[in-house]
Ligand binder design. Structure first.
Ligand code: BTN
Length: 246
């Protein structure tokens, strides 16, 4: 691995319930360090956001968790890690695909109108700082059938098979560059995140407190809440408070 620390140590499991859960156990036992990766060929109970499940066919895709210790970030700045990781995945996908890649707030990665990757970051806080982060990443690479799910993969977009290790290495290199930038000046990601934000300044449907409304995304504030203009008023929402209607 041509990196300084990310992915230098890889814990490879043939199967596991969730790489995030496994990484968490290793973290509690203090036997895992910053930059280490837990990866599996067969994740049986992958966790997604909002309590969802992340499905991945065995040996087809990348399902892994990266340990980071962003002690330089305050709790109120944790969304910047989300930005840095989302943008890293966007960059890697752009390297392989000449297509429109976007970030559906907060951190779902889409190729045109289909989801290709998801991120689940679980932070441990120490006072007002972040002592450790488990960055769980699922990227659809060589799986071609997703049933009813509105998803896609590199193979479906590029019509060629990919080497999982190569894609992982590319990701590790890009995440490392972004993580180093994050340490120096986290604010640099603000503009870039908006560049890729799906639906920015476009009227679209949302579901808020079981009501369907129309609004337009105006941005994301410093703590990662979504800013939506509804009837000429900008309101802010947390993840569980708003749903996109496709
Ligand atoms: C989402 O889109 O809701 C987030 C999906 C995150 C999936 C990854 S796969 C590796 C890691 N381990 C998990 O249990 N989940 C994340």
């Amino acid at each position: 691995m041509q990196t300084l620390f990310i992915g230098k140590n890889i814990i490879h499991l043939s199967e596991v319930d969730s790489t995030n859960n496994y990484a968490n156990q290793l973290l509690r036992q203090s036997v895992i360090n910053e930059g280490d990766i837990v990866i599996t060929d067969n994740q049986q109970l992958g966790k997604g956001q909002r309590g969802n499940t992340w499905f991945s066919e065995p040996k087809m895709n990348l399902t892994f968790s990266l340990i980071l210790k962003p002690k330089f970030l305050q709790v109120a700045q944790q969304f910047y890690l989300t930005k840095a990781i989302s943008l890293s995945i966007v960059k890697v996908l752009k390297h392989y695909l000449d297509k429109n890649i976007s970030i559906k707030w907060p951190n779902d990665i889409y190729v045109e109108n289909k989801k290709i990757a998801g991120i689940l970051i679980e932070n441990t806080l120490a006072g007002s700082a972040i002592s450790s982060s488990i960055v769980g990443i699922g990227i659809n690479v060589n799986q071609s059938d997703f049933g009813e799910i509105n998803a896609t993969s590199l193979i479906n977009e590029r019509l060629q098979k990919f080497d999982l290790n190569e894609v992982l290495e590319e990701l590790c290199k890009t995440i490392e560059q972004h993580y180093i930038k994050l340490k120096t000046n986290h604010l640099i990601f603000d503009t870039e995140y908006l560049t890729y934000l799906m639906g920015l300044n476009e009227m679209r449907g949302f579901e808020i407190s079981n009501k369907k409304i129309s609004g337009s995304i105006k941005g994301v504030n410093k703590i990662g809440q979504l800013e939506v203009e509804i009837n000429n008023n900008v309101e802010v929402f947390n993840l569980k408070e708003i749903r996109f209607i496709d």
